[in-house]
Design a binder for this molecule. Structure first.
Ligand code: ATP
Ligand code: MG
Length: 207
């Protein structure tokens, strides 16, 4: 093959690439132009893989970076240290913490239900507070799954929240009613996890 032929083949490739990218650009621009609504989004991050709570806290951090007001409610893991909480509290994020620890540690339905009720009442206030731009309900899914909290109450509070307020719910096994209500749902799938290879949960990485 001569040098000349080589070059013209490349030219055709480049031109095709350019045409494909232009088509893509047109499609993206059409979509961007048709998404004009601005309102509070309900996002759920569920699934068995690692990264749900960190994604929730990451979004709060993103909001803070734009001067927004954020609050967080932590269901079930209050007893645990939490690196994000240490940072975000200093930045003015309100935290409500359910101080029972893991359900498999407490093994006490009555006590857990009571703690859940108290924590949910704080969450309800946040979901009614128009000053708050974004609220994280970390590990809320378990409260509904264990019947500590009626899903109807959660749905009602979410539906009646200020129109501009974003809400993030994290946790495995999310109730269908919440998935249906949500605007954005992501499922984090576990491919592998270091814990299964004997690596313990480490401060600064896992919590
Ligand atoms: P993270 O807080 O790291 O974002 P997560 O919120 O997705 O994790 P949770 O189900 O809330 O996960 O569990 C919290 C703790 O359990 C973390 O210490 C995390 O590393 C660990 N973990 C998460 N997923 C798995 C998994 N698939 N196998 C074992 N441990 C896990
Ligand atoms: Mg989590």
């Amino acid at each position: 093959m001569t040098h000349h032929q080589d070059n013209s083949k490349e030219d055709v490739k480049n031109e095709r690439h350019q045409q494909r990218q232009q088509k893509l650009k047109d499609a993206v621009e059409t979509k961007v132009a048709s998404a004009q609504e601005e309102r509070g989004v309900l996002m759920i991050i569920t699934g068995n893989g690692k990264g749900k709570s960190t994604a929730g806290f990451g979004t709060l951090t993103r909001a803070l970076g734009h001067g927004k007001r954020a609050a967080a409610v932590q269901f079930i893991k209050g007893g645990w240290e939490c690196g994000e909480r240490n940072v975000l509290q200093k930045l003015g994020v309100d935290f409500a913490i359910m101080n029972t620890g893991f359900t498999w540690d407490t093994q006490d339905r009555v006590q857990d239900t009571l703690a859940c009720e108290q924590t949910w009442c704080v969450a309800e206030k946040m979901l009614a507070d128009a000053e708050l731009d974004i609220v994280l309900l970390d590990e809320l899914t378990y409260m509904v799954a264990y019947h500590y909290l009626a899903v109807e109450r959660v749905v009602s509070a979410l539906k009646n929240r200020p129109a501009h307020q974003h809400v993030i719910i994290t946790g495995r096994g999310c109730h269908r009613a919440l998935l249906e209500l949500a605007d954005t749902v992501s499922e984090v799938q576990s491919i592998k996890h270091a814990f299964e290879a004997g690596v313990k949960a480490q401060a600064g990485f896992d919590y």
